[in-house]
Design a protein around this ligand. Structure first.
Ligand code: CUA
Length: 336
């Protein structure tokens, strides 16, 4: 009777596993892929999971069978020796070859899928849209052809081959938007390339930095919007034009991505000190130096990463303009 219950509970656990695995957002299954590359990752995931489940069921079933079949029985004295068995060639050959075949099968399948995962097909031929992805503590800056930039939000045209060129200005980060493919590290002094082709329009909000990079690693998120090519072209040319003429919201974007995550949305201070009302933020020379060099001395209490490295000139200007225009940040309000 007890054995019956044991088997029943084991079976329910086994039935429960695939349920939770496929439970979608928050579950352990990969999200709905929006590229062929992410689809290839999902295929490898399910094949590996299915293989593991088969092995789990076989091993656990054998274990249970042995526990029940060779349990101690009241009629047998506890000091009776069992039969002493040495070697069973057929059994040993089977338990050596079966796992080897399973592992080989998984390896061959994974290797065969690797070019698709890496977007090798997407990068071969055709016009490629190259976007520079600059990783910083603790935000992402996207540089489009022609020099327009966006922060933490990447827009891509539907159906076009994309190559992201990942670089870092401080420590190692990792760019990861699960619907679009695998993660790739951004490493200082190195350019890593990620290739894919968005095959489905949509807004993908689960982009993460997947490499622990410092105290605000958790808020280093990104969103990717895949839109119709016509909409993308209109957006990018407007962005180029407004950023070129200094009429875009680049200053606010920069503040929100590069400053607010540590100093608070109103500059009121968070893990970084309060900056609202500080004389430095309206001082052009001091600001430029702070943004480019950061703050990393024994004299200063807090560390600040050099968040402004790699910025085009107009981005410094846009941020300074934004800081000055904001009554809260520049301290105009408190001075009355
Ligand atoms: Cu950047 Cu974690």
């Amino acid at each position: 009777m007890r054995t019956g219950w044991l088997i029943l509970s084991l079976c329910s656990v086994l039935l429960f596993l695939p349920e939770t695995a496929s439970a979608g957002p928050g579950g352990t299954a990969p999200p709905d892929p929006a590229t062929e590359e992410a689809g290839a990752i999902r295929d490898v995931y399910w094949v590996a999971l299915a293989t593991s489940l088969v092995v789990l069921v076989l091993v656990e079933a054998a274990l249970l069978l042995f526990v029940v079949r060779f349990r101690s029985r009241p009629e047998t004295s506890p000091d009776v020796e069992g039969p002493q068995i040495h070697g069973n060639t057929r059994l040993e050959v089977v338990w050596t070859i079966a796992p080897a075949v399973a592992l080989l099968g998984l390896a061959v399948f994974t290797l065969a899928k690797t070019p698709a995962v890496q977007g090798k097909r997407a990068s071969a031929g055709g016009e490629v849209l190259r976007i520079r992805v600059e990783a910083h503590q603790f935000y992402w800056q996207y540089v489009y052809p022609g020099g327009a930039v966006s922060l933490d939000l990447l827009r891509l045209p539907l159906g076009r081959r994309v190559t992201l060129e990942l670089v870092s200005f401080d420590v190692a980060h990792s760019w990861w938007v699960p619907e679009l493919g695998g993660k790739l590290d951004a490493i200082p002094g190195k350019v890593n390339r990620l290739h894919f082709r968005p095959a489905r329009a949509g807004v993908f909000r689960d982009g993460k930095c997947a490499e622990f990079c410092g105290i605000q690693h958790a808020v280093m998120a990104t969103t990717v919007e895949v839109v119709e090519p016509r909409k993308f072209n209109a957006w990018i040319s407007r962005l180029r034009q407004t950023q070129g003429s200094g009429t875009s919201n680049l200053g606010r974007q920069t503040y929100e991505a590069a400053c607010a995550k540590c100093h608070g949305p109103e500059g009121e201070g968070d893990i970084g000190p309060q900056i609202a009302g500080s004389g430095t933020i309206t001082n052009r020379t001091a600001m430029r130096r702070l943004l480019l060099e950061g703050q990393d001395t024994d004299a200063a209490e807090s560390y600040m990463p050099p968040v402004g490295r790699g910025w085009p000139e107009r981005q410094f200007e846009a941020l300074l303009q934004y800081l000055r225009a904001s009554t809260t940040l520049s301290g105009e309000k408190s001075r009355g």
